[in-house]
Design a protein around this ligand. Structure first.
Ligand SMILES: Nc1ncnc2c1ncn2[C@@H]1O[C@H](COP(=O)(O)OP(=O)(O)OP(=O)(O)O)[C@@H](O)[C@H]1O
Ligand SMILES: Cc1ncc(CO)c(N)n1
Length: 268
């Protein structure tokens, strides 16, 4: 049996729906051995974020050294990185250990509005992290914050994708969860071609951690050898059913269902 390894570099969500917890659940469901480098602890539930406690840069670096020296991942994803210093350290270690198949989810704000990235860290993200991305997965507000554009139309999103490409990312997906359309349109750009993935928009409160889960699924598929577009297509299916078969946990924005994808496959 060939075992592939996937790494998440992200924050902990005590509520289990987003962050490291969502990533590890997703890796497991997609049969990638999951590993984690923690950047911050959050006290969080479906109602919101009650506390944010970043780790020190050296604590993050030491974890990355432990992974890099023994357990080189076949793919990795980044989530909440919190500060410019952590972003720079992570980018440096990715290069030092020659880690490939890098999915960058430029997490900035939790759905309830809590800040998971300091404003002054956006420049570091542009300068250090987006250039090492195999795939970068901003939602619409994140793409706006990175590019400085206001994204009102699909043409605006295409222009933002081009700018992200020029920052050095190989593949861009601007996620449409925050869009106004009746359907959810995720826009992909690989430097040459635009591809739109169009899916039914689910009317539900339970979308906590959709971005984390989606990016982790891309990383798991890349780890198994898929090309970027195929990895994104599987991840899109994974998140669609995780939203459709929601769990109804907590009294706020509940998590998605990380086992829905495998449960549905088992029924076919
Ligand atoms: N209501 C919905 N119905 C169907 N798909 C959705 C819905 N909301 C989000 N998605 C899908 O989930 C994925 C994540 O998109 P989204 O824009 O919600 O990310 P995000 O804002 O980064 O998430 P997070 O809450 O983790 O920060 C995308 O593929 C998007 O199309
Ligand atoms: C720890 C963490 N990372 C990412 C997100 C974004 O969903 C969140 N809410 N919490």
């Amino acid at each position: 049996m060939t075992v592939v390894k996937a790494l998440t570099i992200a924050g902990s969500d005590s509520g289990g729906g987003a962050g490291i917890q969502a990533d590890l659940k997703t890796f497991q469901e997609l049969k990638a051995y999951g590993m984690s480098v923690l950047t911050a602890v959050t006290a969080q539930n479906t109602l919101g974020v009650q506390g944010v406690y970043p780790l020190t840069v050296s604590q993050v670096e030491e974890q990355l050294d432990s992974i890099g020296e023994d357990l080189k991942p076949d793919a990795l994803k980044t989530g909440m990185l919190f500060s410019a210093e952590i972003i720079e350290a992570v980018a440096k270690k990715i290069q030092q250990y020659d880690m490939n198949n890098v999915v960058i989810d430029p997490v900035m704000i939790a759905k309830g509005g809590a800040k998971l990235l300091q404003d002054e860290a956006i420049d570091a993200m542009k300068k250090h992290l987006i250039p090492v991305a195999t795939v970068v997965t901003p939602n619409i507000p994140e793409a706006e914050a990175i590019t400085g554009l206001t994204l009102n139309s699909m043409d605006d999103r295409k222009e933002a994708a081009k700018r992200l490409y020029h920052l050095g990312a190989q593949n861009i997906i601007i996620k449409g969860g925050h869009g106004e359309e009746k359907e959810v349109i995720d826009l992909i750009y690989d430097g040459e071609t635009f591809t739109q993935l169009i899916n039914d928009r689910q009317i539900t409160e339970n979308t906590h951690g959709t971005g984390c889960t989606f990016a982790a699924a891309i990383a798991a598929e890349l780890a198994k050898g898929a090309d970027s577009l195929d990895a994104i297509r599987v991840a899109r299916e994974f998140i669609q059913v995780a939203i459709e078969d929601d769990l109804h946990i907590g009294s706020g924005h509940g998590p998605t269902n990380h086992w829905a994808f495998q449960s549905r496959r088992a029924k076919v």
